[in-house]
Design a binder for this molecule. Structure first.
Ligand code: F6R
Length: 623
């Protein structure tokens, strides 16, 4: 999740690029850089840390406003073409060398990239064999060298040929010293937008990067390459066939632009889940048969002899932990204990050197989770943080870190960080199974294939259910109470759906293990109760179907989440939402999506501010 911006036109562009990066900083912030081309020379400035550090490296005063007009550029004379990047590290540590832009061997071609090039290892090997010298550990640098390899005087052609050899999800912009009036950009699964101004053109990963300068935009689709000059943009597909695209006018204000055209951050972030999960899993699943978690610093002996795992977390992160428990126990056969961090820290937990304690916290700053992790560490356990934020307190308090890569979450209600955490727990479960030889290879290969398909299946789920979820929300928006029922791995999905509903719509909810219904809660049911049942395919679906029949017998309205292709569930439900089929342990990451949307639409129909629910803050740092 990086931010990229490029400019070509008549104005000095250094400050335009910095201003654009400031609007993208939420996407990544561990390092940043710009490259400017003037007088046939490319000059680059990069810095570790946030944009303030880049400004300092350029010699811009921290308080100096970025005018967008540009005074003196780094290169002389002032450059009127350049690239900017704000990075969220995926490949390679957070260092100045790994910060973008990256150059080829001649330093005449520079690129900025957002996303991941999956086949970077093979490509790097081929390029090194052909004599290319690399200066960073990133997958992005490969793209500069690939363009160099194909360059014969036509930058668009070189980018097109390089693009055809890349695999993964990415968008990039390239600049060449011999083409002072041209940028060439391409995209595959990651966003890229062109901004058409008067005698100047922008290209960026999101509209806010240039909205202050122009409102005329061209959206790029997958496998398209755009050549950008001060006079406009020319799009071709990967075969070189010209593509006609209408320029559209953006009517949003700045705030709406930051929401990417969505009415709220929460909805934008729900829609960002395919990318958040793809970023989290892609390079950790480099082939079809193994998981690469080489970043996890646990010795093979420790992993082999591990007696037990304890997961501590709060709120939504706790629910991701619950799903993780099922996955780890199912695949790696290691006993997992779950605890709410605010409970764990105040009891006398029995924990010691044979235990791995995992603290899940997207912010990395939740006081109770940090306290629980510290307590476990004091008692000799090895502690892992699963977090979304580099440099957060959790990363400093843990022995090892597994990052989710969801990008910054602006909405208070966690959505994309939850699915990214769930994906990270699946990776961990598979990695533990692999490290302990606990599970047959064919099964491992099957689940890896399923995991790889999850980003696009989340996309399909959102597309296929959203309209219907809105209709269901409309029919239940005034209900005083929602009950959520599930079994086994469906239960954490219910807990999460119920939390989302109460958090943003202020409607009381309860989530129950369906088998517990008969022990009391069934008394709550009458005709006025919508009961959300997670009834996706699993070995205990039959039990769930019986519970749903019991609920229906009391006149309550059953809203079911079922797996595509299953007809039985709809027979015992009033309204059914289908999610694509996958391995049953992986199914929760899809099943939760309609529940996020249901909570969202109920809240919106009731006119509530879903991005900032009452009494809640994004990070809970108080004890
Ligand atoms: C719910 C939500 C909270 C957080 C909880 C833990 O939508 O966002 O329940 O999940 O406060 O936060 P982190 O993960 O930052 O520790």
């Amino acid at each position: 999740m990086c931010g990229i911006v490029g400019y070509v036109g008549g104005r000095p562009c250094r400050d335009l690029l910095i201003a654009g990066l400031e609007k993208l900083e939420y996407r990544g912030y561990d390092s940043a850089g710009i490259s400017l081309l003037a007088d046939g020379q490319v000059e680059t400035v990069r810095a570790v840390g946030n944009l303030a550090n880049l400004r300092a490296a350029i010699g811009l005063d921290a308080d100096q406003p970025v005018s967008g007009e540009g005074a003196v550029a780094v290169a002389m004379p002032p450059a009127t073409i350049g690239l900017g990047h704000t990075r969220w590290a995926t490949h390679g540590r957070v260092t100045e060398e790994n910060a973008h832009p990256h150059g080829d061997c001649t330093e005449r071609i520079h690129i900025v990239l957002n996303g991941i090039v999956e086949n970077h290892t093979e490509l790097r090997r081929e390029l090194v064999d052909a004599g290319h010298a690399f200066t960073s550990e990133t997958d992005a640098e490969i793209v500069a060298h690939m363009i160099e390899k194909h360059y014969e005087g036509d930058l668009t052609e070189a980018v097109r040929s390089a693009f055809a050899e890349l695999r993964g999800h990415y968008a990039f912009v390239a600049m060449h010293a011999e083409h002072p009036n041209t940028l060439v950009a391409a995209r595959q699964e990651c966003p890229l937008i062109v901004g058409i101004g008067q005698g100047e053109t922008f290209v960026a990963s999101a509209i806010p990067a240039f909205l202050a300068q122009t409102r005329n935009v061209l959206g790029l689709k997958n496998a398209e390459i755009v050549t950008v000059t001060p006079d406009g943009a020319r799009i071709v597909d990967v075969d070189g066939t010209p593509v006609d695209r209408e320029i559209e006018e953006v009517t949003w204000d700045e705030e709406a632009a930051e929401k990417g055209g969505y009415p709220t951050f929460m909805l934008k972030e729900i829609h960002e889940q395919p990318a958040a999960v793809a970023e989290t899993i892609t390079d950790r699943l480099p082939g079809s048969d193994h998981v690469d978690l080489s970043e996890v610093d646990l010795s093979p002996e420790f992993v082999r002899d591990l007696r037990r795992i304890v997961i501590v977390a709060c709120g939504t992160s706790y629910h991701a932990g619950l799903i993780g428990r099922y996955a780890i126990e199912q695949w790696a056969r290691i006993p997992v204990e779950m605890d709410i961090a605010s409970e764990y820290r105040y009891r006398e937990p029995v924990v010691g050197p044979d235990d791995l304690v995992i603290g899940i916290t997207q912010s990395g700053e939740t006081a109770d989770t940090l306290a629980a992790m510290r307590l476990a560490r004091e008692r000799g356990a090895r502690v892992m943080a699963v977090t979304n934020i580099m440099g957060s307190q959790a990363t400093r308090d843990a022995d090892t870190v597994l990052y989710t890569r969801a990008g910054l979450e602006m909405g208070v209600a966690a959505t994309k960080t939850f699915t990214a955490q769930t994906a990270a727990m699946y990776l961990l479960g598979l990695w533990l199974a692999q490290s302990r030889n606990a599970w047959p290879q064919e099964k491992m290969t099957e689940v890896i294939a399923e995991l790889k398909s999850i980003p696009s299946k989340i996309g399909t789920t959102i597309e296929s259910v959203e309209e219907r979820v809105r209709a269901i929300a409309r029919s239940h928006q005034d209900r005083p109470f929602f009950l959520y029922l599930g079994r086994n791995i469906g239960l954490p999905v219910c807990l999460e759906g119920a939390l989302k509903m109460k958090e943003i719509s202020y409607i009381p909810t309860d989530a129950y293990a369906a088998g517990e219904m008969k022990h009391g809660p069934i008394a709550l049911l009458d005709e006025s109760t919508p009961v959300v049942c997670v009834a996706t395919n699993s070995p205990i679906l039959d039990k769930m179907l019986s519970n749903m029949a019991e609920v229906r017998a009391r006149g309550a309205d059953v809203i079911a989440i079922a797996t595509e292709g299953n007809a039985q569930v709809a027979e015992v439900a009033d309204q059914t939402l289908h999610v694509p089929a996958t391995d049953w342990v992986v199914q929760p990451i899809l099943a939760v999506v309609p529940l996020q949307l249901l909570a969202y639409h109920v809240a919106r129909l009731n006119g509530l501010n879903v991005d900032q629910p009452r009494n809640l803050a994004k990070t809970v740092t108080v004890e």
